[in-house]
Design a protein around this ligand. Structure first.
Ligand code: ZN
Ligand code: ZN
Length: 404
């Protein structure tokens, strides 16, 4: 006779069932009840817990004799194993069993984390391409012990946690008993025990050692911010896992003279007034060792702020290295003053002055002078108008004067 049959009923076997019958019955039920298949997670948990107990001959014996209460009294014998873990153990990977869907647990060894590293790259380097060395320290499997942490056969499963690395504790919380998981203190959460004298001296039993590794990052011409360069399997090694990748993410540093939009470049250049009016030349320092020599043909007038383009002088595109264009905004540096005696020459060369606007006959022409705004007036003119209190009636000096 058994004390209670709840767990047997859950799995759907008789209390006389042997191990393989229990396993078979559980498999069948668990497949249907798995949350990935739309099953109720709580039910699945109970079912799995029942199996966990009945599949362990010690626990089953306790259960048969004293029921659930007996298991709880056993101290740390109660469930608490992740049902998904047990499921995975039984079917060789929970996710994998259902065709790789849902869940991070897949069949086969676990994959380690990727190491993501951002590097700032100058626009010059993205223009020309560069090989950048990047030193990083990573964990590698200890060669002396081949990742065992000690002598062959010296490692045994921790008896404190049965190799799980965690212990399930029961804690009284008011009228309830609460199960809490804690890392196993005896094995420091590793699930393994070793006699200290068998420990590998090279890695002090840690199985891995830290090693400096220099990666050569090939920054290809035309790469952009956010682009990734992957070093497969170069991340931290650990026993039983496939190392993740080292992922280098390109970050373009802002440039003083150039702005980049896709494969095009934008810059500004300043020319003097004479060049703007009468032609001449200027140069733009490029991102490589060159400077672009630009000629402004006499006869064309360059207006302040005009946008011009130099074809094929932008960034190379990634992979194909086709060149984008270089847009140049031309600013004109005006002289502060001009000798009065040359003005007649200007009058000869330039279009005639415009007539003073008449605004119809009713307007009386009031004689005024243009002054340099003082500091307060400059601030006032530069503000967006919110704090125009006493100046409001006069109107901002910069506003009306703009009209001729
Ligand atoms: Zn070692
Ligand atoms: Zn342990």
């Amino acid at each position: 006779m058994v004390a209670e049959t709840e767990y047997y009923d859950l799995i759907g076997v008789s209390p006389n069932a042997d191990e393989s019958e229990i396993k078979k019955a559980y498999r069948k039920k668990a497949l249907k009840a798995h949350p990935d298949k739309g099953g109720d997670p709580e039910h699945f948990k109970e079912l799995t817990h029942a199996y966990e107990v009945l599949s362990d001959s010690n626990k089953r014996q306790v259960y048969d004799q004293a029921g659930k209460a007996g298991l709880e009294g056993g101290g740390g014998m109660g469930g608490g194993m992740d049902p998904q873990d047990l499921f995975s153990q039984l079917f060789g990977g929970g996710g994998g069993f259902f065709g790789g869907g849902g869940g991070s647990r897949n069949a086969g060894p676990r994959r380690g984390k990727d190491l993501v590293h951002r590097i700032s790259v100058t626009l010059e380097d993205l223009y020309k391409g560069k090989v950048q060395k990047l030193a990083l320290s990573k964990s590698v499997i200890c060669k002396s012990c081949e990742g065992r942490g000690g002598k062959k056969g010296a490692v045994s499963t921790c008896t404190g946690c049965q190799g799980r690395g965690v212990k399930v504790m029961l804690r009284q919380l008011g009228p309830m008993m609460q199960q809490i998981q804690q890392p196993c203190g005896e094995c420091e959460g590793t699930g393994e025990m070793m006699n200290p004298k068998d420990r590998c001296k090279n890695c002090v039993g840690k199985k891995t050692i830290s090693e400096r590794k220099v990666l050569e990052v090939h920054i290809d011409k035309g790469m952009k911010s956010g682009q990734q360069i992957k070093f497969q399997g170069e991340s931290d090694q650990a026993p039983g896992i496939i190392p993740g990748d080292v992922v280098i993410v390109i970050e373009e540093k802002p440039h003083q003279r150039f702005q980049r939009k896709g494969d095009d470049l934008y810059c500004e250049a300043e020319i003097d007034l004479l060049t703007a009016l009468g032609g001449g030349e200027f140069a733009i320092e490029h991102l490589d060792e060159r400077a672009l020599h630009v000629t402004i043909v006499p006869g064309e007038i360059i207006k302040p702020g005009v946008l011009k383009v130099i074809s094929g002088q932008g960034m190379p595109s990634y992979r194909h290295h086709e060149l984008g264009d270089l847009y140049v905004k031309l600013n004109v540096a005006f002289p502060e003053s001009i000798p009065v005696n040359v003005i007649p020459d200007l009058e000869k060369a330039l279009p005639k002055r415009r007539d003073v606007q008449k605004f119809g006959k009713k307007v009386h022409l009031d004689e005024v002078t243009l002054e340099e705004p003082n500091d307060r007036q400059r601030r006032s003119a530069a503000s967006d108008g919110d704090d125009m209190d006493e100046d409001e009636e006069h109107g901002g000096p910069g506003v009306q004067c703009a009209q001729q």
